[in-house]
Design a protein around this ligand. Structure first.
Ligand code: BYC
Ligand code: FE
Ligand code: FE
Length: 476
């Protein structure tokens, strides 16, 4: 295996040219991918030169090379992190045995489901973000959007490589189907809930890249522990790209919060109506968008009690994030105490740890989210504004797992359906809130020196360039 990425029609570091059958199969899929990208990728910018990061090798120096490229010419390819010598399985029933370079027959179906589910989220997110360029707050943000989009496209390539290489005909059919499902289409939706939700304004985009891409981080960390070594290596490289997506979300929300708080302080206004008159997103509305995308993203971890999760763990297909940091890697005797709903009542139950692995991963995620929220709150405080953003309770607005079909307020108190219906517009963006947020974002800003009124400028530009650098050469 090599760290250098070739200049082949499909850039790769897996010696693709030595496997003609695989190369031909992927080269046959490639034009369908490009057609999908042109149809469902960023609308209206396919001819523009965009200052993008491209990998030329997977080592420290080479994976972040920056230059202008037209998006359809982006070097999508197959990049695996280096193999770890003598790697052994780190958890479950096969702990200590050598990792697999091929898939044991009995695990084939489960593993295919995991790979397809992971894969499906990548094009879904590109579809969700398709129209955002047309309302961008700045050229800097426009470029970040496109960077995220092309890398999600590459993540699809990463999974399609596994499907084509290790799953035979079934894998090829799944790879085709990935280009046929469409986010939000009732007849052929994407697999997981959050990836069918509209993401058509920039506040949603920043919340999505903060909360939903962060689910990606934790799922990829769990898959990086997999006994199936090619999956581990491909997800490890994906994680290096993922960091930027979460940076876009964290700093994006921070800049909105900063702008609002700053002008609230300068103008001595704190009523949301007055804040809106200044052309800003008021803090309670930011809280509602946070509530929405956080709860949708919590659902992505699956059920709290899951026999799927138990068998993924037992067989070594999917571990916990940073498995080595745990003490007990077999998890056969331990239990996990959690609140569940039984006959409409909240009760505490001890669940066998293996069945609680989705919840264990969700715990890590919640903690990571809180770190970002704390930073946003520090900014609000620095401006002397008395307001705090909070993560709602994990029972709030859930559609998957033990709380699906029940109703809770953001503090986690149970509600009747009638109480929920009466109050939900106070907790989640109402139609009026969405219309207001969109009204701030009707026109795109394509002049590099300008920034929309509702968001602060970033502290610095990309790769040492100034903030007002022409990151996208947009041809109107
Ligand atoms: N929506 O035992 P359960 C990313 C299904 S994000 C709809 O509770 P399990 C990215 C589930 O499939 C990371 N359905 O769950 C971010 C199962 O269906 P079947 C994506 C759902 O199996 C931003 C049933 O409910 N990667 O990369 O333990 C931009 C009961 O299942 C949902 C992965 O997810 C839902 N939210 O775990 C771009 C990793 N949740 O089998 C990219 C791969 C569950 O009964 N996937 N269901 O028909 C997995 O590890 C697991 O499939 C899940 C669910 C964690 C998703
Ligand atoms: Fe991704
Ligand atoms: Fe991502």
């Amino acid at each position: 295996m090599s760290t250098v990425i070739t200049n082949d029609r499909i850039p790769n570091n897996v010696h693709l040219a030595d496997d003609k059958r695989l190369q031909r199969a992927l080269e046959a899929w490639q034009p369908n991918y490009i057609n999908w990208w042109k149809e469902m990728g960023p609308a209206g910018f396919q001819e523009d030169d965009v200052f993008l990061r491209t990998a030329i090798s997977v080592d420290h120096e080479g994976w972040a090379h920056f230059d202008y490229v037209k998006m359809p010419d982006y070097r999508w390819g197959i990049f695996l992190a280096d193999a770890v010598k003598d790697r052994t399985i780190g958890f479950g029933d096969n702990m200590g045995q050598p990792v697999w370079q091929e898939i044991p027959g009995e695990h084939r179906n489960a593993l295919r489901r995991l790979v397809v589910t992971q894969a499906d989220t990548e094009p879904a997110s590109v579809e969700q973000q398709r129209l955002l360029g047309q309302t961008c707050p700045s050229v800097y943000d426009l470029r970040n959007l496109f960077q995220v989009n092309v890398e999600e496209g590459r993540h699809l390539w990463a999974m399609v490589y596994l499907l084509h290489s290790y799953f035979g005909r079934d894998g090829r059919e799944e790879a085709d189907a990935l280009l046929e499902r469409r986010s939000g289409d009732p007849d052929k939706p994407r697999i997981l809930g959050a990836f069918n939700e509209p993401c058509t304004d920039w506040l949603s985009f920043f919340m999505f890249t903060f909360f939903t891409d962060r689910d990606g981080k934790y799922q990829l960390l769990a898959l990086a522990e997999s006994a199936f070594d090619p999956l581990s290596r491909t997800t490890r490289f994906m994680l290096t790209e993922e960091a930027h997506h979460m940076f876009v979300g964290e700093t994006g929300v921070l800049r909105v919060v900063d702008r609002t708080s700053k002008l609230m302080a300068e103008n001595k206004k704190d009523h949301p109506d007055d804040v809106r008159k200044l052309g800003l997103v008021d803090l309670p509305t930011i809280q509602k968008y946070l509530n929405l995308w956080y709860s949708l993203s919590l659902d992505l971890f699956g059920g709290e009690v899951s026999s799927n999760a138990a068998s993924f763990f037992a067989s070594g297909l999917k571990g916990r994030a940073k498995e080595a940091s745990y003490e007990d890697h077999v998890a056969l005797t331990a239990t996990y105490a959690m609140d569940v709903v039984r006959d409409g009542k909240l009760v505490r139950e001890d669940v066998p740890l293996r069945n609680a692995m989705n919840e264990v991963l969700r715990d890590e995620y919640v903690e990571d989210c809180q770190r970002g929220v704390d930073k946003w709150n520090r900014t609000i405080k620095e401006h002397g504004i008395d307001f705090e953003l909070v993560l709602p309770h994990r029972r709030f607005h859930r559609h998957i797992g033990v709380f699906a079909g029940t109703h809770f307020d953001p503090k986690g108190n149970p509600l009747t359906k009638a109480e929920w219906d009466a109050q939900k517009d106070a907790w989640l963006p109402s139609e009026a809130d969405k219309a207001y947020v969109k009204s701030l974002m009707t026109k795109p800003i394509y002049e590099p020196q300008k920034m929309a009124n509702w968001i602060s400028a970033p502290k610095q530009g990309i790769k040492g360039r100034p903030v007002d650098f022409e990151y996208v050469r947009h041809h109107v």
